[in-house]
Design a protein around this ligand. Sequence first.
Ligand code: HEC
Ligand code: HEC
Ligand code: HEC
Length: 445
Amino acid sequence: MTLKRLILSVIALAVIVFGLIVTGIWGPSGHNPAPEQQVQTTQTPPGMSRGEYVAKMSDCTACHTTEKDKPFAGGLGMPLPIGTLYSTNITPDKETGIGNYSLDDFKRVLREGVRKDGGHLYPAMPYTEYTKLSDNDIAAMYDYFMNSVQPVKQANRPNDIPALLSMRWPLAIWNWMFHEQGAYQTQQDKGAEWNRGAYLVQGSTHCGTCHTPRGVAMQTTANDETETGFLSGADLAGWHAFNISNDNANGLGDWSNDEIVQYLKTGSVAGKAQAAGPMAEAVENSFRFLTDDDLNAIAVYLRSVPAVSEGSTSRYAQGEAVAQDLQLRGLPIETTREEMPGEYLYMANCSTCHDADGSGSPDGYYPSVYHNSVVGSEKSGNLIQVVLHGVKRDTNDGEVFMPAFGQHLSDDQIATLVNFLTDTYGQGNAQVEPQDVAELRATAE
Ligand code: HEC
Ligand code: HEC
Ligand code: HEC
């Protein structure tokens, strides 16, 4: 976005807001509900304090930890259209962290996106979702950050945003337009489990941050199941967070509750999907620590997210076993390399783990490449990413690891391989060019 366009959009936003206020259509939506209407905690796993559990399910680590031995010391760069924003030190260090935050300051930053010094935060910090956390859970998390997290003295990295654009007051206008503040309110006509799931999905686990499409001002276009398009899929940092609405073909409509729980807990459901990239990180740092009851509540709530259809083809129902070794048998290697480059690349790089016919290993550790949502999707970006970067995920049962092929294979070879895979084991409509691979290579950190 050019500077001129950005300034024009800020002015346009200001004019719209002014108009709405003058005509009395819009007013600040902030209100703090009575605590007794807020969802009560069901469970906390043994050996963990409530505060640590809330920090885990909210995945504060994802953005605030860059070095494993300095948890929560900040410094992660997040690219915005106007420059790079860095996450801050949220350890209890008094000089460089949040050691001087009172409980009220902490509540304000999570509910309103306003720092102790009064500065508005960029909504890259998901306070738009954390606002739904209950008073009790915020207090428990405050106690955890102040008393159990090690203080780390590390000054915040200044943002790489041009001075004129780094003014924070337009963010107040943004909040006024797009941020509905306040803790989650229990819906009396729904059961306890549904409410618990709604609280987790809309608030702390912030599925919508990645899975809900964003509008022109980067706001998520829906915040709960009553708004159209909630969790219907969105692009983020070179990945596509798939549609997980309740649609049978394109969402989770045909997944059982147990499969949803298993996916969130382990990152893998044989014959359906595995978690790579940002979803692998969310499983590793956050979802795998949730209790089975909480995960089940999430599955129950996801059922009520209205189906958004993108057509009738299911991602994970595509393809079947096709033996590549039989196709190549008896042919000289030069012939296969030149005339059947997809088969050749698959046999040379992938078949040792995913098997010559694509069926993976019997125990499911190596998944099949058919009945696999990444290969079966019409969008090939995630498949390119998986080949470029591999898969790495710590689970409760050990590490899941697929090597990265980015160094080893050229853009041209990856494009050929991806087109071959979707042709043979997916919907067969990928038309990936080497340029597409080069672009995704460049977006990786
Ligand atoms: C998706 C990324 C992301 C996640 C997840 C996230 N944050 Fe942040 N947070 C940021 C960024 C980026 C900033 C700095 C924003 C700015 O400068 O406008 C920030 C700023 C903050 C600040 C302001 C600190 C200061 O400098 O005064 C606090 C406090 C904070 N986050 C706490 C949390 C807590 C607690 C959690 C988990 C419940 C969390 N954050 C999860 C990205 C994130
Ligand atoms: C940090 C971003 C992020 C967050 C937060 C996140 N997801 Fe995802 N999710 C993704 C991405 C990216 C993928 C695609 C992963 C892949 O292709 O391997 C994905 C994939 C999935 C899939 C597999 C879909 C398929 O057909 O392959 C499910 C199910 C899912 N997410 C559920 C959830 C739920 C439920 C939550 C909240 C509890 C959530 N996700 C939170 C980014 C995210
Ligand atoms: C050394 C073994 C190994 C090799 C070689 C290998 N993979 Fe994988 N692959 C894995 C593992 C392990 C996973 C992750 C399984 C999980 O997430 O539970 C995986 C996952 C995948 C997935 C699913 C990812 C997702 O996000 O859903 C695809 C697609 C895939 N591999 C394709 C390939 C291709 C194409 C090649 C050849 C370029 C290849 N693999 C080579 C072990 C391997």
